[in-house]
Write a protein that binds this ligand. Structure first.
Ligand code: BYC
Length: 377
């Protein structure tokens, strides 16, 4: 949790905290303006102008969005925009850290040292993505502790895909190839998201996802060139992960849910999403079919065929009842995933306490050093 540095009563929570160096004003910085407003009686004066100011701020917001530029943490933004980003970025961060579990399950059973090293690195990358994303969410003025609490209590979602079990080693290949493949398709456009910290967090994430996708493809490639049992294992994993990977892109752009519970239209107007769920899903199918042909696996969809008129592959209907059931908690692994997450969070309490104690000590030393320099001068 973000806590005020010792002795700093007016430390401001929200925006960047200590996360994004340039945007953080030290509590006692005389130039920090609003930080010290409460002392100077400026609050009342500011309140008198607040309506005009916020109106001006929102006009600037509209202009920035219209010019396809980035909104930064200190820019004024509509509350709905901020809440939408908190929801999406948090859900994305939660997906990254919950997403460590299905593959983490195979680290001790990886079939060679090379595969084990690759898998450890991959799972570690997912933790890193979670960190970038929680940091980006914090710039919107919400605590990481609060976000984790919302995950642990089911108030916020994580991706449906991670509620499916990893039954065989080939599942690690299918996750890399299909799940990370879908993730890249969804996340590359997010590098151009209108909210600066989210867009920047996506750049490195996408580079790493690209490695993840290739390692999954290569893992399946080896299995498909192995024994008949290994080939069957790769095909079985493809069969089980194909449809959940397509559902990952989210509900259809049309139909009842799109009208009543969908965010796409507004998020596209704000430049958060650059493509609709169906458009990204179609791009993913078009990209993946030739890869499946190269691998030698069959995608489990009898309706999958090239449509020359559309210039795209047609594909069958996703089981949306299953998608909503899984999201609402009735997937094979929902309970186990959250239980594991809460347990490891509890087990990590001492690390967070130690880190906070160390940071407090560093601050004390730094201020004692600064006081010493002051008296020497
Ligand atoms: N799972 O209007 P929509 C990874 C919800 S991690 C669960 O389209 P939106 C990886 C949606 O939240 C990849 N819920 O919403 C890690 C909304 O419900 P609420 C994770 C879903 O936000 C480790 C409702 O359905 N990637 O790659 O405009 C190992 C209506 O949907 C899902 C991201 O999070 C779902 N699949 O669009 C390997 C990417 N889909 O919130 C790999 C960032 C939809 O109103 N997120 N819902 O209760 C996004 O791009 C967007 O949030 C989504 C959904 C496209 C997912």
């Amino acid at each position: 949790m973000l806590t005020p540095p010792e002795g700093a009563s007016r430390w401001r929570r929200g925006h960047t905290g200590h996360m994004y160096g340039n945007d953080f004003a030290e509590p006692d910085d005389p130039g920090a303006g609003p930080l010290n407003a409460a002392d100077g009686g400026a609050v009342e004066a500011a309140a008198a102008h607040v309506d005009t100011k916020s109106q001006q701020g929102l006009e600037t917001f509209d202009a920035i969005i219209a010019a396809d530029q980035r909104i930064e943490p200190r820019d004024a933004m509509p509350e709905e925009y901020r809440q939408t980003l908190i929801r999406q970025i948090a859900q994305h961060a939660h997906s990254e850290i919950i997403g460590m579990q299905p593959e983490g399950n195979w680290i001790t059973r990886a079939p060679s040292l090379r595969r084990k090293a690759i898998l450890i690195a991959k799972v570690q990358d997912e933790a890193g993505h979670g960190l970038y994303l929680y940091s980006a969410a914090e710039t919107l003025g919400i605590d990481r502790e609060e976000l984790l609490d919302r995950l642990h209590t089911g108030k916020q979602k994580y991706s449906s895909i991670f509620n499916y079990p990893t039954l065989t080693w080939a599942d690690c290949g299918a996750i890399g190839w299909l799940v990370d493949g879908a993730a890249i398709m969804n996340q590359v456009p997010l590098c151009r998201c209108s909210y600066g910290p989210y867009a920047r967090a996506m750049i490195r994430t996408c580079k790493e996802e690209s490695f993840h996708q290739r390692q999954g493809f290569e893992l399946l490639w080896e299995l498909m060139r192995g024994t008949p049992e290994q080939q069957a294992m790769a095909q079985d994993a493809t069969n089980r992960w194909w449809w959940p990977a397509l559902a990952m892109f989210g509900p259809r752009d049309t139909g009842e849910h799109a009208v009543t519970g969908g965010h796409t239209e507004q998020s596209m107007a704000w430049g958060i999403k650059r493509f609709s769920n169906d458009d990204l899903r179609q791009k993913f199918v078009d990209m993946t079919v030739p890869q499946a042909q190269r691998l030698g696996v069959t995608l489990p969809d009898p309706d999958l065929k090239w449509n020359a008129e559309r210039g795209h592959y047609d594909f069958g209907e996703i089981d949306w009842d299953e998608f909503w059931r899984v999201i609402k908690g009735d997937g094979a692994c929902n309970a186990a995933r959250i239980e594991r997450r809460v347990t490891s969070h509890q087990q990590g309490a001492w690390v967070r306490e130690a880190a906070a104690a160390y940071a407090a000590k560093q601050r004390q030393r730094a201020s004692a050093g600064a006081a010493g320099e002051g008296s020497a001068a």
